[in-house]
Design a protein around this ligand. Structure first.
Ligand SMILES: Cc1cc2nc3c(=O)[nH]c(=O)nc-3n(C[C@H](O)[C@H](O)[C@H](O)COP(=O)(O)OP(=O)(O)OC[C@H]3O[C@@H](n4cnc5c(N)ncnc54)[C@H](O)[C@@H]3O)c2cc1C
Length: 421
């Protein structure tokens, strides 16, 4: 095992999780080959929220400054009632939040996050990136793993990480549990230039309008140049599919009972694209010998805690840590990695579903939600978030843990204020 670091790891999927894994391995001198099915390494889509737990990982990966330069640091997380247009609750994200969790809360365009990861991978010596290669088969032997792509190309490595997302091919080889489960929820997303956002709603906050079986989210992106809009509603009309043509008439019908500001904002979503949301129940074993899974391939979740990408980045850092600790015994490393991760990622999968119910509540459940949230202090709210945003003691072994981060550019504003762009 003395020169185990000379053999590459094959990573299937060059999304956020796959690139974060390549980077985390490279930082520890472990080479990798990333194999991506799309014609280029690129993310489309809209905004992503990044909790302090993800910034803790950026600190390990050396990405805090480039992410900070492209992100928006919102002042508050706000919930509005989408029928009455009244504020239900707000959690300030200023000094008290920063002091509690040691890292900030941020909003970033998915393409910007992916670009920062890609540039860091390109600047790291031992990472090879191949696009237009769809992996279709995996062959595991005692001394390594080979994957074959649709075009007949083969890649060999000491181990394999399946970071190939919700519809993972590698998962079907490792776990074999069929297609993910549609949640009965549909999402429409749009990214607008700030000038197209009604002026009164250009808040520097993450705002969620909670309604009956619907909700709408808006927040600024790219240092305030853009606004992200996300509309979600319940519908069992769609069986499966990730990115399909939508039906704007249905979108407007589902939001018919919401207040005028919500309907005005909904009119800004011109896209005919929709996402049929899917997840899976948590599992605890997603590795077979030298093959493991990471990110959505291992633990796909609904987006209601805004943590899917965050969990994939935590996975990447933890996995590299366990590979180093194992001294090249990949099977042992992957067992240790999933052991360290499955309860945390399972909790996020389960709680994301619960939050979906919570946002979409009606009747007494809605009254109870509004009453409980309105009576909560900012301190109570942060106590409730500690499991998610606080330090995960077993994610990294002691010596590898990052210190609290210094302030990031653009961070640190007056608490409770709600300035606009
Ligand atoms: C509406 C919505 C909002 C969200 N908001 C947030 C948020 O605010 N915060 C957050 O943290 N998360 C959020 N998420 C979740 C987040 O987008 C995902 O969890 C994250 O993208 C998962 O990253 P991944 O790398 O595991 O998978 P993916 O991003 O799906 O990447 C998988 C990659 O593998 C490639 N691939 C697939 N199959 C193969 C194959 N056979 N061969 C080669 N390549 C292959 C794909 O082309 C893709 O590039 C949101 C999700 C949705 C739907």
């Amino acid at each position: 095992m003395s020169d185990w670091k000379s053999e590459q790891v094959v990573i299937v999927g060059g999304g956020i999780g796959g690139l974060a894994a390549a980077l985390a391995l490279a930082q520890n001198g472990i080479p990798s080959q990333v194999v991506e099915q799309a014609p280029e390494f690129k993310e489309i889509g809209a905004g992503i929220q990044l909790g302090p737990n993800v910034f803790r990982m950026f600190e390990v990966l050396g990405l805090t400054a480039p992410i900070g330069a492209l992100a928006v640091f919102p002042d508050n997380l706000i919930m509005m009632d989408s029928v009455t247009a009244e504020e239900v609750t707000r959690i300030p994200l200023g000094d008290a939040f920063r002091d509690r969790f040691h890292y900030p809360y941020a909003l970033i365009h998915r393409a910007d996050l992916h670009k920062v990861l890609l540039e860091a991978c390109r600047a790291s010596g031992p990472i090879k990136l191949d696009a237009s290669q769809k992996v279709v088969a995996v062959d595991q032997r005692n001394d390594g793993v080979t994957v074959r792509t649709e075009s007949g190309k083969e890649y060999r490595g000491a181990a394999l990480i399946g970071a190939d997302g919700l519809w993972s091919t590698v998962r079907q080889i490792v776990v074999g549990d069929g297609a993910p489960k549609p949640a009965g929820h549909i999402t429409y997303r749009a990214v607008l230039p700030t000038a197209a956002m009604p002026e009164q709603w250009r808040w520097r906050d993450m705002v969620l309008w909670a309604g009956e079986k619907v909700h709408l989210v808006h927040y600024p992106l790219r240092t305030g140049e853009l606004f992200n809009l996300v509309a979600v509603f319940h519908s069992n009309r769609y069986e499966e599919g990730w990115d399909s043509f939508g039906d704007p008439a249905e979108l407007h019908e589902r939001f018919a009972k919401t207040c005028e500001p919500v309907r005005t904002l909904l009119n800004k979503i011109e896209s005919w694209r929709m996402w049929v949301l899917c997840d899976r129940p948590p599992i605890k074993d997603w590795s077979r010998g030298r093959v493991t899974l990471l990110g959505d391939a291992a633990h796909p979740m609904l987006q209601y805690l805004a943590q899917g990408a965050g969990m994939s980045i935590e996975d990447a850092v933890c996995l590299a840590d366990r590979v180093v600790a194992s001294g090249g015994d990949y099977a042992a490393a992957f067992r240790a990695y999933q052991q360290a991760r499955y309860l945390r990622t399972g909790r996020v999968q389960i709680m994301a579903r619960v939050y979906g119910e919570f946002y979409h509540a009606s009747g007494v459940a809605k009254e109870l939600r509004n009453m409980m949230l309105a009576s909560r202090s900012a301190e109570d709210a942060m106590d409730g978030m500690a499991w998610l945003y606080g330090e995960q003691k077993d994610l990294l072994r002691g010596a590898a843990r990052p210190p609290p981060s210094p302030r990031v550019r653009g961070e640190g504003r007056d608490e409770g204020a709600s300035p606009r762009f």
